[in-house]
Design a protein around this ligand. Structure first.
Ligand SMILES: NC(=O)c1ccc[n+]([C@@H]2O[C@H](COP(=O)([O-])OP(=O)(O)OC[C@H]3O[C@@H](n4cnc5c(N)ncnc54)[C@H](O)[C@@H]3O)[C@@H](O)[C@H]2O)c1
Length: 232
């Protein structure tokens, strides 16, 4: 979002001070070579008072490496405690905008944020299966050698092991997916495990989820009334 010039004021907050300070410095180092300017503030809750959007990416992704059978719920025991304190600080900051939630398990955490902040549901939106839908477009696109943007349709349900592709919604070049000879079950499984495949290789995920959160945030900022598969 910074590189695209979509937003020019960022507040980075993290309980790991060394990490967040380093992130901000890394962003500052990009300034001289980027087309658009943006300003970065570190660990200042008061600066959220007039923020339009706050994105929650609180978590502990390394917990995924502690279990054999991958499941987003492995983070719940950690994240559910963290977001209580985060909610209190967010409310105390006077934040009046929209909270976008990435933190896993995202559907549960979105509901918990609605409870802890007391914000109306329309002010707390999770990324839901937006990333999984992008993974679906990537997987089908690769199978048919077309760009992901040429694939329509949704992966739905709870972001995690019970998510599924609504194949009746999926079309490529205007044609229903059933008119192509594709192994749909295998593709659905590849979409479901896509996050873990990336995690196993680099021990975190970044570009896919950042693009999904960025798209949702821009839809909010521009009041675009786009249809997106989110948690609410
Ligand atoms: N919804 C999705 O599609 C999706 C996709 C990717 C990642 N995620 C989730 O996003 C979250 C973040 O992923 P990551 O790879 O950046 O994890 P990470 O473990 O690398 O980073 C999480 C950060 O949260 C910080 N943090 C923890 N508790 C905090 C608190 N109380 N206050 C302030 N900061 C706190 C940590 O210090 C850490 O820097 C995870 O829950 C992950 O599962 C969701």
């Amino acid at each position: 979002m910074s590189a695209q010039g979509a937003v020019d004021e960022f507040v980075f907050i993290d309980s790991d001070k060394a990490k967040v300070t380093a992130e901000a410095l890394d962003f500052e180092d990009a300034k001289a070579n980027l087309e658009y300017n943006a300003n970065y503030v570190v660990n200042d809750w008061d600066a959220l008072a007039d923020a339009d959007v706050v994105i929650s990416s609180v978590g502990k992704i390394s917990l995924q490496g502690t279990v054999k059978n991958k499941d987003r719920f492995v983070e719940l025991q950690f994240t559910k405690h963290q977001i209580k304190g985060v909610s209190e600080k967010l409310v105390a900051s006077g934040f009046k905008g929209i909270l976008v939630v990435i933190t896993n398990p995202v559907d549960v955490i979105t509901t918990m944020y609605q409870h802890f902040t007391g914000f109306p549901k329309k002010r707390v939106i999770g990324t839901g299966t937006l990333l999984d839908t992008a993974r679906l477009h990537r997987a089908v696109g690769q199978a048919l050698q077309v760009h992901p943007k040429s694939v329509q349709g949704y992966n739905v349900g709870e972001h995690g092991n019970s998510q599924f592709t609504a194949w009746s919604t999926v079309k490529v070049k205007g044609q229903p997916i059933t008119s192509y000879d594709l192994p749909l079950s295998e593709l659905d499984e590849a979409v479901k495990t896509g996050g873990f495949t990336v995690y196993d290789g680099k021990k975190f995920t970044s570009y896919g989820i950042a693009s999904a959160a960025s798209r949702l945030t821009k839809a909010i900022l521009t009041d675009s009334h786009e249809e997106l598969p989110v948690s609410n």
